[in-house]
Write a protein that binds this ligand. Structure first.
Ligand SMILES: [Fe+2]
Length: 325
């Protein structure tokens, strides 16, 4: 079978490299899911190399019909599964092994740019999406090349960028005891730590260097260890905007959380409001909006690329999976 890279109007040029890479079957090629699985399996090393170079791959017009197909393709790529521990979003398990719903948060709310699980010490190397049902309106997944937004962030305010780079950041979030589907950050502490037992949750937080406080109403206030905001990508030497500063500062709002208090510098000083808002604007200028079609699959190198979700109308079903390596 022949699979070709095509150019698409959504792509952007990242210093000579198209972002994302778009792969399709060659016209008139008829093949099955099993063929596609074999192809991925035979090319898994090269595909990872392409993810490193392009940041993301959009697979379009392939025979992917069910969540199980999506799961089988990820397995064929020999990606190492990992549990979803510590993320903020409410999710449901879809397949037996490794496919979850993407963030179940309300359709009217955008989900701001983030590297998946940037607020935990060991975030996934890859995140995968599959579109089972596109939204009627909106609902694009936007992707953003992290070295590019790091450069824009520096250009906006070099002093603040240096400060954040030197001191890192901490995230503060109040979690409910039960999942709150009305909130984009409504994941309960029980779901977050995969336990009903407060002691077990405490052990996991202790392990991650997170400090905590149990509040009167069963809520849990957590403050992460100081985490680096800027990372140097070891494979390419590029600096990446590996943090959730903008997401937390503009998006972590609900009945329990005040976003202006959701992230602080590692030395306890507050964010620079103007710099954060200007960076949010730059993100929208530099990103690519993936206009989902049924059966689309996107693979993202989570070290190099941030993602976001646009608000939508209708029954959107986009599923997700993550991998350690
Ligand atoms: Fe995400």
């Amino acid at each position: 079978m022949k699979i070709v890279s095509v150019s698409d109007p959504i792509q952007k040029d990242m210093d000579g490299t198209p972002f994302p890479l778009v792969l399709q079957p060659q016209a008139n090629e008829d093949f099955t899911l099993a063929d596609f699985q074999n192809w991925i399996s035979e090319n898994s090393i090269e595909l990872k190399e392409q993810l490193k170079n392009h940041g993301a791959i959009l697979f379009r017009n392939f025979p992917i019909q069910q969540p199980e197909d999506f799961e089988a393709l990820i397995e064929s790529g020999q990606f190492e599964a990992m549990p979803y521990v510590g993320g903020a979003a409410p999710r449901d398990k879809v397949t037996s092994k490794r496919v979850l719903t993407s963030n179940n948060s309300p359709s009217s709310e955008p989900i701001p740019f983030h590297h998946e699980m940037a607020q935990v010490p060991n975030p996934p190397a890859y995140i995968f999406f599959y579109c089972h049902t596109p939204a009627q309106q909106g609902g694009e997944t936007a992707i953003l090349f992290s070295p590019r937004i790091y450069q824009r962030f520096r250009d906006i305010d070099a002093d603040f960028a240096n400060h954040v780079e030197a001191h890192g950041v901490r995230y503060i979030r109040i979690m409910p005891p039960e999942d709150d589907p009305s909130s984009a950050i409504g994941r309960s502490w029980k779901s977050t730590f995969l336990t009903d037992d407060p002691k077990e949750a405490e052990a996991k937080m202790q392990n991650a260097g997170t400090t905590w406080e149990w509040l009167d109403n069963g809520n849990l206030r957590t403050e992460t260890a100081t985490l680096p905001a800027i990372r140097t990508e070891p494979r390419t030497g590029q600096k990446t905007f590996f943090n959730s500063m903008v997401a937390a500062y503009t998006g972590w709002v609900d009945a329990r959380n005040d976003p202006s208090k959701a992230v602080v510098c590692g030395d306890g000083s507050p964010m620079n409001r103007e710099a954060i808002l200007a960076t949010a604007q730059a993100m929208d200028e530099e990103c690519v909006n993936i206009n989902w079609r049924q059966g689309d699959m996107v693979w993202i190198d989570n070290s190099l690329v941030l993602h976001a979700r646009r608000p939508f109308e209708g029954e959107r079903r986009v599923l997700a999976s993550i991998a350690k390596s």
